[in-house]
Design a protein around this ligand. Structure first.
Ligand SMILES: CC(C)(COP(=O)(O)OP(=O)(O)OC[C@H]1O[C@@H](n2cnc3c(N)ncnc32)[C@H](O)[C@@H]1OP(=O)(O)O)[C@@H](O)C(=O)NCCC(=O)NCCS
Length: 174
């Protein structure tokens, strides 16, 4: 696993002492509403899966402060399709760290990894239409809003929500 950084945030592996902080993050109603979260006892396994890239279908990182290394959030390039050269990106930021541009910075770093070392051509980013914060992250990271999908994903509330799909190509200016 490499550790991309812009000098402010760094993408790195999850470590043992992230468990309690992650546990708090997963209890945040917004995180649990819009991102899949593990059960309380399964955080260790969740971290191990994120740190294990051996299947080649995802690259996942802890988002950390480049200054003091504290955990800020989580990001993943997943559903990697080597034939199509595409993947999706998903992320979440700890409640106390929101509003400081962390997610957009992390998405830019993950996209640079996707288009650089992974050699991908396209990244897709999906979010529920109600999740306006995530829409802002996509725009700030340079993605183009390409459309609205009707009731395309069943979220944690058990309901299918309309989603925006945003796309970023390796040829787009970042
Ligand atoms: C979506 C999320 C990742 C954004 O992370 P972030 O690091 O706060 O992102 P940004 O700082 O770039 O802010 C994005 C937008 O959130 C809103 N925002 C600003 N301050 C905020 C705060 N203190 N708390 C919550 N949202 C805030 C603003 O609309 C902001 O857009 P702006 O910069 O144009 O004003 C974060 O809110 C989160 O983890 N949400 C729950 C999980 C989730 O929705 N994941 C994405 C699934 S698709």
């Amino acid at each position: 696993m490499n550790s991309p950084t812009d000098g402010r945030v760094v993408l790195a592996a999850f470590v043992e002492h992230d468990i309690p902080v992650l546990g708090q993050g997963f209890r945040d109603p917004l995180w649990a509403r819009w991102s899949p979260v593990p059960a309380e006892g399964d955080i260790q396994e969740w971290m191990s899966r994120r740190n294990d890239w051996s299947a080649g279908d995802h690259c996942s990182w802890a988002i950390r402060s480049a200054g003091d290394g504290r955990l800020l959030g989580s990001i993943s390039v997943f559903q990697i399709d080597r034939d199509q050269r595409d993947a999706e990106v998903g992320y979440a930021v700890l409640p106390a760290e929101r509003g400081a541009g962390v997610a957009a910075a992390a998405v830019r770093l993950a996209a640079a990894h996707a288009f650089g070392p992974l050699g991908l051509h396209r990244l897709s980013l999906y979010h529920a239409v109600e999740n306006s914060q995530s829409c802002r992250v996509a725009a700030k990271a340079g993605f183009t809003l390409e459309g609205t999908l009707r009731q395309s994903y069943r979220y944690a509330d058990g309901l299918h929500h309309d989603e925006h799909v945003h796309g970023l190509l390796d040829t787009d200016a970042m």
